[in-house]
Design a protein around this ligand. Structure first.
Ligand SMILES: CC(C)(COP(=O)(O)OP(=O)(O)OC[C@H]1O[C@@H](n2cnc3c(N)ncnc32)[C@H](O)[C@@H]1OP(=O)(O)O)[C@@H](O)C(=O)NCCC(=O)NCCS
Length: 171
Protein backbone atom coordinates (compact mmCIF):
# COMPACT_ATOMS: atom_id res chain seq x y z
CA UNK A 1 0.00 0.00 0.00
CA UNK A 2 1.35 3.39 -1.00
CA UNK A 3 0.47 5.68 1.95
CA UNK A 4 1.09 9.41 1.86
CA UNK A 5 0.60 11.60 4.91
CA UNK A 6 0.28 15.35 4.43
CA UNK A 7 -1.51 18.41 5.75
CA UNK A 8 -5.11 18.78 4.64
CA UNK A 9 -6.06 21.57 2.28
CA UNK A 10 -9.32 22.97 0.98
CA UNK A 11 -9.37 20.48 -1.92
CA UNK A 12 -9.86 17.74 0.67
CA UNK A 13 -13.06 19.33 1.96
CA UNK A 14 -15.67 16.95 0.51
CA UNK A 15 -13.71 13.78 1.22
CA UNK A 16 -12.72 14.88 4.70
CA UNK A 17 -16.31 15.77 5.58
CA UNK A 18 -17.64 12.39 4.43
CA UNK A 19 -14.77 10.55 6.16
CA UNK A 20 -15.49 12.24 9.50
CA UNK A 21 -19.22 11.56 9.23
CA UNK A 22 -18.76 7.97 8.12
CA UNK A 23 -16.17 6.96 10.74
CA UNK A 24 -18.06 8.70 13.56
CA UNK A 25 -21.21 6.77 12.71
CA UNK A 26 -19.46 3.43 12.19
CA UNK A 27 -17.66 3.86 15.54
CA UNK A 28 -20.42 5.19 17.81
CA UNK A 29 -23.79 4.31 16.25
CA UNK A 30 -23.22 0.63 16.93
CA UNK A 31 -26.90 0.01 17.65
CA UNK A 32 -28.21 2.14 14.79
CA UNK A 33 -29.07 5.80 14.35
CA UNK A 34 -30.85 8.03 16.83
CA UNK A 35 -31.63 11.68 16.28
CA UNK A 36 -28.93 12.90 18.73
CA UNK A 37 -26.27 11.07 16.72
CA UNK A 38 -27.46 12.21 13.30
CA UNK A 39 -27.95 15.82 14.46
CA UNK A 40 -24.48 15.85 16.00
CA UNK A 41 -22.79 14.47 12.89
CA UNK A 42 -24.66 16.76 10.49
CA UNK A 43 -23.80 19.87 12.51
CA UNK A 44 -20.33 19.06 13.88
CA UNK A 45 -19.14 17.64 10.57
CA UNK A 46 -21.00 19.96 8.21
CA UNK A 47 -19.07 21.16 5.15
CA UNK A 48 -18.91 24.58 6.75
CA UNK A 49 -17.40 23.32 10.03
CA UNK A 50 -14.90 21.05 8.33
CA UNK A 51 -13.86 23.97 6.10
CA UNK A 52 -13.34 26.11 9.23
CA UNK A 53 -11.22 23.41 10.84
CA UNK A 54 -9.02 23.07 7.71
CA UNK A 55 -8.53 26.86 7.64
CA UNK A 56 -8.02 27.26 11.41
CA UNK A 57 -4.38 28.23 12.02
CA UNK A 58 -4.54 26.74 15.53
CA UNK A 59 -5.27 23.28 14.13
CA UNK A 60 -3.16 21.10 11.87
CA UNK A 61 -5.23 18.46 10.12
CA UNK A 62 -3.17 15.57 8.80
CA UNK A 63 -4.65 13.27 6.20
CA UNK A 64 -3.57 9.81 5.05
CA UNK A 65 -4.00 8.92 1.39
CA UNK A 66 -3.74 5.56 -0.30
CA UNK A 67 -3.19 5.89 -4.05
CA UNK A 68 -4.55 9.45 -3.93
CA UNK A 69 -7.72 8.39 -2.04
CA UNK A 70 -8.43 9.78 1.42
CA UNK A 71 -8.48 7.05 4.07
CA UNK A 72 -7.69 8.76 7.40
CA UNK A 73 -7.29 11.98 9.33
CA UNK A 74 -6.18 13.38 12.66
CA UNK A 75 -6.18 16.89 14.12
CA UNK A 76 -3.39 18.45 16.18
CA UNK A 77 -4.82 21.23 18.38
CA UNK A 78 -1.78 23.48 18.63
CA UNK A 79 -2.81 25.59 21.63
CA UNK A 80 -1.41 23.71 24.64
CA UNK A 81 -3.84 22.91 27.44
CA UNK A 82 -3.71 21.14 30.77
CA UNK A 83 -5.64 17.88 30.36
CA UNK A 84 -5.94 17.64 34.16
CA UNK A 85 -5.08 20.18 36.87
CA UNK A 86 -1.79 18.55 37.89
CA UNK A 87 -0.48 18.09 34.32
CA UNK A 88 1.80 20.33 32.29
CA UNK A 89 0.21 22.20 29.38
CA UNK A 90 0.50 19.93 26.36
CA UNK A 91 -0.88 19.36 22.88
CA UNK A 92 -4.11 17.49 22.24
CA UNK A 93 -4.87 15.31 19.25
CA UNK A 94 -8.44 14.83 18.16
CA UNK A 95 -10.71 13.50 15.40
CA UNK A 96 -8.43 10.55 14.73
CA UNK A 97 -10.35 8.58 12.14
CA UNK A 98 -9.35 5.79 9.76
CA UNK A 99 -11.92 4.68 7.20
CA UNK A 100 -13.35 1.35 8.43
CA UNK A 101 -12.00 -0.80 5.58
CA UNK A 102 -8.46 0.49 6.24
CA UNK A 103 -8.40 0.06 10.03
CA UNK A 104 -5.93 -2.39 11.56
CA UNK A 105 -3.39 -2.04 8.75
CA UNK A 106 -0.85 0.23 10.43
CA UNK A 107 -2.17 3.52 9.04
CA UNK A 108 -3.23 4.93 12.43
CA UNK A 109 0.24 4.20 13.77
CA UNK A 110 1.83 6.07 10.84
CA UNK A 111 -0.45 9.07 11.34
CA UNK A 112 0.29 9.08 15.06
CA UNK A 113 4.01 9.00 14.41
CA UNK A 114 3.71 12.07 12.15
CA UNK A 115 1.70 13.79 14.92
CA UNK A 116 4.53 13.10 17.37
CA UNK A 117 7.07 14.61 14.93
CA UNK A 118 5.01 17.76 14.52
CA UNK A 119 4.31 18.10 18.24
CA UNK A 120 8.03 17.77 19.03
CA UNK A 121 8.72 20.48 16.45
CA UNK A 122 6.27 22.70 18.33
CA UNK A 123 8.49 22.18 21.38
CA UNK A 124 6.30 19.81 23.42
CA UNK A 125 7.19 16.40 24.85
CA UNK A 126 3.71 15.19 25.76
CA UNK A 127 0.51 14.55 23.87
CA UNK A 128 -2.97 13.89 25.22
CA UNK A 129 -6.38 12.87 23.96
CA UNK A 130 -9.82 11.83 25.12
CA UNK A 131 -11.47 8.55 24.19
CA UNK A 132 -15.00 7.25 24.88
CA UNK A 133 -14.73 4.73 27.72
CA UNK A 134 -16.58 2.05 25.72
CA UNK A 135 -14.42 2.50 22.60
CA UNK A 136 -12.28 -0.47 23.56
CA UNK A 137 -10.58 -0.79 20.15
CA UNK A 138 -9.24 2.73 20.37
CA UNK A 139 -8.31 2.36 24.07
CA UNK A 140 -6.34 -0.81 23.26
CA UNK A 141 -4.70 0.91 20.28
CA UNK A 142 -3.62 3.87 22.44
CA UNK A 143 -2.42 1.59 25.26
CA UNK A 144 -0.27 -0.24 22.72
CA UNK A 145 1.24 3.13 21.75
CA UNK A 146 2.05 3.69 25.48
CA UNK A 147 -0.66 6.24 26.26
CA UNK A 148 -1.55 6.16 29.98
CA UNK A 149 -4.98 6.76 31.51
CA UNK A 150 -4.64 9.92 33.65
CA UNK A 151 -8.22 11.01 34.25
CA UNK A 152 -11.79 11.24 33.05
CA UNK A 153 -14.03 13.86 31.50
CA UNK A 154 -17.51 14.01 29.98
CA UNK A 155 -18.48 14.52 26.38
CA UNK A 156 -21.92 16.17 26.24
CA UNK A 157 -24.19 15.05 23.43
CA UNK A 158 -27.70 16.50 23.59
CA UNK A 159 -28.83 15.99 27.20
CA UNK A 160 -26.52 13.05 27.80
CA UNK A 161 -23.07 12.92 29.38
CA UNK A 162 -20.71 10.32 27.92
CA UNK A 163 -17.70 9.32 29.99
CA UNK A 164 -14.35 9.72 28.24
CA UNK A 165 -10.91 8.68 29.44
CA UNK A 166 -8.09 11.20 29.27
CA UNK A 167 -4.87 9.56 28.06
CA UNK A 168 -1.38 11.05 27.95
CA UNK A 169 1.91 9.97 26.44
CA UNK A 170 5.49 11.21 26.68
CA UNK A 171 6.99 11.52 23.23
C1 LIG B 1 -8.30 3.77 16.55
C2 LIG B 1 -7.72 3.90 15.15
C3 LIG B 1 -7.38 5.37 14.87
C4 LIG B 1 -6.41 3.07 15.10
O1 LIG B 1 -5.87 3.13 13.80
P1 LIG B 1 -5.57 1.77 12.98
O2 LIG B 1 -5.04 2.17 11.66
O3 LIG B 1 -6.81 0.94 12.97
O4 LIG B 1 -4.48 1.06 13.89
P2 LIG B 1 -3.10 0.40 13.39
O5 LIG B 1 -3.44 -0.62 12.35
O6 LIG B 1 -2.16 1.49 12.99
O7 LIG B 1 -2.58 -0.30 14.71
C5 LIG B 1 -1.28 -0.06 15.21
C6 LIG B 1 -0.95 -1.02 16.30
O8 LIG B 1 -1.98 -1.03 17.28
C7 LIG B 1 -2.51 -2.34 17.39
N1 LIG B 1 -3.95 -2.26 17.54
C8 LIG B 1 -4.84 -1.65 16.72
N2 LIG B 1 -6.08 -1.86 17.15
C9 LIG B 1 -5.95 -2.64 18.25
C10 LIG B 1 -6.87 -3.23 19.14
N3 LIG B 1 -8.19 -3.07 18.99
N4 LIG B 1 -6.40 -3.99 20.16
C11 LIG B 1 -5.07 -4.17 20.34
N5 LIG B 1 -4.15 -3.65 19.51
C12 LIG B 1 -4.59 -2.89 18.50
C13 LIG B 1 -2.16 -3.04 16.11
O9 LIG B 1 -2.10 -4.44 16.28
C14 LIG B 1 -0.81 -2.45 15.81
O10 LIG B 1 0.17 -3.07 16.62
P3 LIG B 1 1.66 -3.36 16.06
O11 LIG B 1 2.29 -2.02 15.91
O12 LIG B 1 2.29 -4.20 17.13
O13 LIG B 1 1.48 -4.08 14.77
C15 LIG B 1 -8.68 3.36 14.05
O14 LIG B 1 -8.94 2.00 14.26
C16 LIG B 1 -9.99 4.10 13.97
O15 LIG B 1 -10.12 5.06 13.21
N6 LIG B 1 -11.01 3.65 14.71
C17 LIG B 1 -12.35 4.22 14.61
C18 LIG B 1 -12.40 5.67 15.09
C19 LIG B 1 -11.85 5.81 16.48
O16 LIG B 1 -12.22 5.10 17.39
N7 LIG B 1 -10.94 6.79 16.64
C20 LIG B 1 -10.36 7.12 17.90
C21 LIG B 1 -11.25 8.07 18.60
S1 LIG B 1 -10.56 8.58 20.17
Amino acid sequence: MNIIIREANINDLNNLTVLKQQVWISTYATEGLIDEFSSYVLSEYSLDNVKKSIQNKDITTLVALCDDCLIGCVEILKTPQKPIKSAYPSIEISTFYILEKFQGQGIGKQLLSECFNQIKQLGYQQVWLTVYYKNQNAIDFYAKQYFKHIGETNFILGEEKHKNYIMLKDI
